[in-house]
Design a protein around this ligand. Structure first.
Ligand SMILES: Nc1ncnc2c1ncn2[C@@H]1O[C@H](COP(=O)(O)OP(=O)(O)OP(=O)(O)O)[C@@H](O)[C@H]1O
Length: 265
């Protein structure tokens, strides 16, 4: 790929005490792609995500976001950076004391300069993207189904129209039908809005349906990166155990169908 990376992880070494998690790990993420970060438990996916977000510092190496080391963004620059990305946490992480409307409005209100009429328009638009209605805006998080919580959390993550979206196990906790619907929603929104996605997931169906590239974390580094086909062709015990299951083969089938349709539904 010749495009300039939107995220560039360069020669990262991470250790907690004597426990080395990443050793000379490098990874570039390009505009508009959907990168799936895959690896065994404890391989350092969450830690890498936290370092990309600038929440943790590696022992060595640098993470550049939008061309600049993420730790160089401080003060107003850091706030502006956080407006350029959205994050969907595994459990949704909605504020339980706030209704749906206020949860989605939160990032818009934090800008401190938007009139309430505009905030309302943006929130209602985000709700409609998610297939939710104005009536849903008044519900409390405790009134929502698991699928709705994910949709509201996604609406909040996309409130500021970010260039980058981080997804942590986006379909965790959903039944297969709701998971498929949520994956389809992300696929359509990605196609329409063109943001870049970095997702951590163990779910092969999600990878097969969404990922344009897969990066496998193993042996303290990115062991292999590329299309799902390329990754599955790599001989490695983790890859064989993870991808060469019945579900892995099905995920590959979903990728083939996606390619035939040129990524369109
Ligand atoms: N703050 C910390 N202090 C000490 N050890 C940590 C800390 N954070 C992570 N680790 C260790 O680093 C390793 C990588 O953890 P991480 O959560 O990044 O893995 P993961 O790939 O996301 O795993 P999982 O798929 O199980 O969520 C683990 O061995 C974990 O115990």
């Amino acid at each position: 790929m010749t495009a300039t990376p939107i995220i560039s992880v360069q020669h990262l070494t991470t250790a907690f005490g004597t426990h080395v998690v990443h050793q000379d790990l490098s990874l570039d993420i390009y505009p508009k792609e959907i990168l799936a970060l895959v690896g065994g438990s404890g391989s350092g996916k969450t830690t890498l995500l936290r370092q990309i977000l600038g929440l943790d510092r590696p022992r060595e190496g640098v993470v550049k976001v939008f061309g600049r080391p993420v730790h160089d963004y401080t003060g107003q620059d850091r706030i502006a950076l956080t407006h350029r990305w959205g994050m969907l946490f595994q459990a949704g992480a909605l504020f339980s004391a706030l209704p749906v409307f206020d949860n989605i409005a939160l990032p818009l209100r934090e800008l401190h300069h938007l009139p309430e009429s505009l905030i309302r328009d943006v929130v209602l638009m985000r709700l409609s993207w998610m297939g939710l209605t104005e009536r849903d805006a008044g519900l409390m998080p405790s009134d929502l189904s698991g699928g709705m919580i994910k949709r509201v959390a996604l609406a909040r993550a996309l409130a500021l129209d970010p260039e980058l979206l981080f997804l942590d196990e986006p379909t965790a906790g959903l039944d297969p039908q709701r998971a498929d619907e949520f994956v389809e929603l992300i696929r359509v929104l990605h196609r329409e809005l063109g943001f870049t996605v970095v997702m951590v997931t163990h779910d092969l169906d999600t990878i097969g349906a969404l990922a344009s590239r897969v990066a496998v974390l193993a042996e303290k580094k990115v062991l292999v990166e590329g299309s799902l086909e390329a990754v599955m062709a790599t001989k490695h015990p983790f890859i064989e155990a993870f991808f060469h299951s019945e579900r892995g083969v099905r995920a590959l089938g979903a990728t083939a169908a996606k390619d035939v349709n040129h990524g369109k539904p």
